[in-house]
Design a protein around this ligand. Structure first.
Ligand code: NAG
Ligand code: NAG
Length: 647
């Protein structure tokens, strides 16, 4: 840039003082200074030309802003690389805390930075290893795939192992089920053998008559020679006698007869009918009979049928308390209680006698739903307050409150107590709750209900709201066997064996004091008579098993010959008074020398009465009591851990 002629010609100042314009020529020093100023200006202009940004390119404002933003990351870097405060933004200025958006932005910024830095790190690391991003992704995918494959394989192997174990167990069941005390028991003693054969022939006669005159019906009318159905079986022919008898046929080695029963069950037994049934009776006879047949033979068909029928009973448990109703309609699943039961109550002996069957069914099917139902019933009973430690016969399934305070070891109570002891035994003595409840109930009943007659006979009276009725049912005679069976588990074995013997004696007396030597439905004790029925409607005998059942337990546990003798008396009386051409019948009045017959062969005659009689004259290795537990219909289930077909 040229300096000459550039300076303006208007008023000049030198050090703030106007310089007079009069002088036309400049002094040398002034010239020199002007030159210097021009030279400096020239240098500055020259420098600017080279060092300032290129303004000719007309940088737009957008670009400027962008550059600032890019620079921002560097400008706002809050923490140094490698700072230990991972993921946290530490505010550096107080005003950072004031504006949340600012913090938000900062967090995002921070996160981006960290992500980028992490990426860079990973990338560096991978570059070092010579692995590229795509490969990493693939590798990660492969690892996940391999993991899935391994898991899948593990799962498959586990299932295979489970199946193999199951099949092995099944094989064991089938190989051994018929052999652990399910058959045999041939007595050494020839007299016993003869008597046993007699019982076996009775069974054959009862069975053949049923087959001949009532096949497929629930029960047989031996005199009318036709089918019969009690109300407990509803209105349909369900072959109750077949299901109830099948295990006895098997135990007695009546093979052809067993096979016929088995085949009918496999092809004809069906609960897909419209009928209203007793939950209790269906459980102890049908479910119980099928479960025992399964346990004895290992035949899966029986197990399946038992589960199917138990499923039909499940609606009965749909109550507010879990205490089931007495009856269920197979078609509709509708439920109700007996009209005669106190205040719409369920019956203790009915809802309290489901445990063995449901427990065993859950064990062999692996389906816990059955066990859960009866455990609920158990826990309700356990938690309820018991008047004087006793369990009344009536319980309302809706309110969970007791009905009338009637207590009985006979009708309406009986098998509840039996199932407490037997649940404990069947569980391999694991069910301690059952044992405790059994001990408590028995102690209370011995205290409040056990009586001694004038002549010294022991009996359980009935307890009615604090008063005693000196009557004992035939049904209650099972209690001798129960007390004896529980003796070993008690605190005084001698005491309970003796009590069992006492009850056996009393019940035998009730037989011995009749004309036919078969006992009445109920017998009473008063000032003039002992162990006899005094009411006309209690004098019948309907082929019930409870007295010979107690003889069976007493024989097994004491080996006292008198129990075999008493059992034989019963056999002879049955042959004399109950046997007809068309099967066995009940008797209307046991005190008449030539009694009237009731014309019904009850299904429990073959299930229980004849089975216990047969076992009394067999050796103990047939259904040994340490390996089997009988349900209340005399159907044996294997004790846990003691049998291949158990749990
Ligand atoms: C059993 O089932 C078969 C075939 O369904 C039938 O023919 C037969 O009548 C049935 N028997 C009885 C006794 O119900
Ligand atoms: C067991 O009970 C009997 C009564 O039956 C009694 O004499 C005996 O002392 C009792 N034993 C023990 C150990 O309590």
């Amino acid at each position: 840039m040229a300096a000459s002629g550039v300076l303006p010609t208007y008023q000049r100042y030198v050090n703030g003082v106007p310089v007079p314009a009069g002088r036309k020529t400049l002094r040398l020093r002034e010239k020199y200074i002007i030159l210097l100023v021009f030279a400096t200006f020239g240098i500055v202009c020259f420098g600017a030309f080279f060092f300032l940004p290129n303004l000719q390119d007309r940088v737009t404002m957008v670009e400027v802003r962008k550059r600032f933003r890019d620079a921002g990351e560097g400008l706002f870097l809050p923490q140094q690389e490698g700072d230990s405060h991972e993921g946290k933004v530490i505010p550096r200025h107080d005003d950072d805390l004031v504006d949340p958006h600012k913090i938000d932005d900062k967090i995002r910024l921070q996160m981006n930075i960290e992500k980028d830095m992490a990426n860079v790190k990973v990338k560096k690391e991978l570059d070092k290893q010579g692995i590229k991003g795509e490969e990493v992704k693939k590798l990660q995918g492969n690892i996940q795939e391999d993991k899935d494959k391994i898991l899948q394989k593990q799962k498959e192997e586990e299932e295979k192992k489970k199946l193999e174990e199951k099949q092995k167990a099944l094989q064991v069941e089938q190989d051994h089920a018929g052999h652990v005390g399910a058959k045999g028991g041939e007595p050494q003693d020839s007299t016993a053998k003869e008597k046993r054969d007699t019982v076996r022939k009775m069974m054959k006669h009862a069975w053949d008559s049923y087959v001949k005159y009532a096949w497929g019906a629930n029960e047989l009318r031996p005199i009318s020679r036709r089918g019969h159905s009690a109300s407990i079986f509803g209105t349909m022919a369900l072959g109750a006698t077949i299901v109830d008898s099948v295990d006895t046929l098997f135990i007695m080695g009546l093979e052809e007869e067993y096979k016929k029963a088995r085949d009918w069950i496999a092809t004809n037994l069906s609960f897909e009918v419209s009928s209203e049934l007793s939950v209790f009776e269906t459980n102890i006879r049908f479910v119980g009979g099928l479960l025992a047949a399964y346990a004895l033979t290992g035949d899966q068909m029986f197990k399946q049928k038992a589960a199917n029928i138990a499923d039909k009973l499940m609606p009965a448990f749909n109550t507010p308390t879990g205490i089931p109703y007495s009856m269920v309609n197979l078609k509709t699943g509708g439920t109700r209680n007996w009209g005669w039961a106190s205040g719409g109550c369920s019956i203790l002996s009915e809802f309290g006698s489901l445990h063995l069957e449901f427990y065993y069914l859950s064990a062999i099917t692996g389906d816990k739903k059955y066990l859960e139902k009866v455990q609920k019933v158990r826990s309700v009973l356990n938690q309820l307050e018991k008047p004087s430690g006793l369990y009344p016969n009536y319980l309302n399934p809706k309110t969970g409150k007791w009905g009338q305070h009637h207590v009985s070891i006979g009708a309406l109570g009986d098998s509840f107590y039996e199932y407490l002891l037997k649940s404990y035994l069947l569980s391999g003595k694991e069910d301690l709750e059952a044992k405790k409840m059994y001990d408590g109930a028995v102690t209370a009943m011995l205290d409040k209900m056990m009586q001694t007659s004038k002549s010294g006979m022991k009996y359980f009276a009935e307890y009615k709201s604090g008063r005693l009725e000196h009557k004992m049912d035939h049904l209650g005679c099972f209690s001798g066997g129960m007390l004896a069976l529980g003796a070993k588990e008690s605190d005084n074995e001698t005491k309970y064996l003796k009590l069992g013997a006492d009850i056996a004696h009393t019940c035998h007396e009730s037989y011995d004091r009749t004309a036919v030597k078969l006992g009445p439905e109920a017998f009473r004790f008063d000032t003039t008579s002992e162990a006899v029925a005094t009411r006309s409607n209690e004098k019948y005998y309907i082929l019930r098993p409870e007295v010979v059942e107690t003889h069976f337990y007493m024989w097994r546990l004491t080996k006292d010959q008198k129990y075999r003798d008493w059992a034989w008396e019963a056999v002879q009386a049955l042959e004399k008074h109950s046997r007809t051409e068309g099967g066995y019948t009940g008797i209307r009045d046991v005190y008449q020398v030539v009694p009237q017959k009731d014309d019904v062969q009850q299904s429990f005659f073959m299930a229980e009465t004849l089975k216990y009689l047969y076992l009394i004259f067999s050796d103990d290795d047939l259904i040994p009591l340490d390996k089997w537990v009988f349900n209340t219909e005399a159907h044996p289930f294997p004790v846990k851990g003691n049998h291949p077909a158990s749990i």
